[in-house]
Write a protein that binds this ligand. Structure first.
Ligand SMILES: *Cc1c(COP(=O)(O)O)cnc(C)c1O
Length: 374
């Protein structure tokens, strides 16, 4: 089965990992800081903290934003469940605002209409790698005194009005899962410009441990002493995986360029296929395409999904609106809450898109799809 996404691994990646395995540090060593420093080249210099997954990154970002019981976290339902689940685990109420019909990104007007005095965070999701409308979202968070979080799991390397993803929100999260544009197997990161938020993020990923004597309450305890000031978890991304990340980041521009080239080819190959809506792109963004999300009209999405899979093409559907997961239904969220997200979901089909996809493979995807719809 041709997958919808997959990693691109070279011998240089294998060598980078093997070199760490032969060295002294497996977990927290020099590759962690190096990976974080290299990542910051992609976030316009905004410093980053590496963690064990994109999900951990969201959890850490919400902690760093001060999310607590009774707060509201406002976000898009057209995302992976973790965007909302990590906020719910902190005791927040998740408020879903509807999406823009063309990009599938959080609609700033819909978000503005749902602000309350309890809105602590607004989380945008750069769906498919196309940045959300950050200038408008910033106006919304400014009005509410809320923190702007970007779930940029899809969008590393993208830009909005010539500003890189990572420098657009107060806190930005990345995922390095194998289907994403850069991989560390499992992994993620949080970017934060504010030093206090960055410190909170770095402490939370390491049990909340304070090692600097100058910051300790009982520095005279002895040379071995370290103390916890706020609860945290172990979300440390190991040196072995950070080395893979460093090696992968060196090819990020090539990954982005090949994905963009494949997107252009899909646009051309599928232009005249009936019953299909191709993904939109705003003139002021430079996407870093993670998905190629077409919309299959006329109620034929399920049929097309099944016939593509039967032909050995591993298409995917992104995403079931988050509030339709039973865990949210059990909390009282109802179908129909965000009609545009539901319409998007009802038609969405993600076609294979990854840097090692060949032109020939892509031609077969397009021909199979056209054959079903013509
Ligand atoms: C992949 C993804 C996540 C979670 O990342 P993991 O590394 O798989 O934990 C969160 N949000 C979005 C939008 C994602 O695509």
């Amino acid at each position: 089965m041709l997958p919808y996404g997959r990693q691109s691994i070279t011998e240089s990646d294998v060598e980078a990992v093997a070199a760490v395995l032969r060295g002294d540090w497996l977990t927290t060593g020099p590759a962690v800081g190096l990976f974080e420093a290299e990542l910051a080249h992609w976030t316009g210099g905004v410093p980053c903290v590496a963690v064990t997954s994109g999900t951990a990154a969201l959890h850490v970002a919400y902690v760093a934003a001060g999310v607590r019981t009774g707060d509201e976290v406002l976000t898009s339902p057209l995302t992976f469940v973790a965007t909302a689940a990590t906020a719910a685990l902190l005791g927040a109420r998740v408020v879903f605002a509807d999406v823009q019909p063309d990009t599938g990104n959080l609609d700033p007007d819909a978000a503005a209409a749902l602000l309350t005095p309890r809105t602590r965070v607004v989380t945008a999701v750069d769906f498919a790698g196309h940045p959300a409308d950050y200038d408008e979202l910033r106006q919304v968070t400014d009005r509410a005194g809320a923190t702007l979080v970007a779930d940029a799991a899809h969008a590393i390397g993208a830009a909005y009005k010539d500003r890189p993803v990572g420098a657009l929100a107060d806190l930005t999260t990345f995922s390095f899962f194998p289907t994403k544009t850069v991989t560390t197997a499992e992994g993620g990161a949080v970017a934060a410009a504010d030093p206090a938020r960055l410190r909170r993020a770095a402490a939370f990923r390491d049990h909340g441990m304070v090692r600097d004597p100058a910051a300790q309450r009982a520095p005279g305890e002895g040379g071995w002493h370290q103390e916890v000031h706020a609860f945290g978890l172990n979300y440390r991304l190991p040196d072995v995986l950070c080395a893979l990340g460093v090696s992968q980041l060196r090819r990020l521009e090539r990954f982005r360029a090949r994905r963009a080239e494949l997107v252009e080819r899909y646009h051309t190959l599928l232009r005249d296929v009936p019953g299909l809506t191709l993904p939109a792109q705003r003139a002021y963004v430079r996407p870093s395409w993670h998905l190629y999300p077409v919309r299959v009209r006329d109620g034929r999405r399920r049929e097309v999904y099944e016939r593509m899979r039967a032909a050995g093409i591993g298409v995917q559907v992104n995403y079931l609106p988050v509030y339709r997961h039973p865990v949210f239904e059990d909390l009282g969220y109802r179908r129909g809450l965000c009609p545009r997200a539901e319409e998007y979901y009802a038609e969405e089909l993600s076609l294979p898109l990854f840097p090692d996809l060949t032109d020939d493979q892509q031609d077969r995807v397009a021909e199979t799809l056209a054959g079903i719809l013509r």
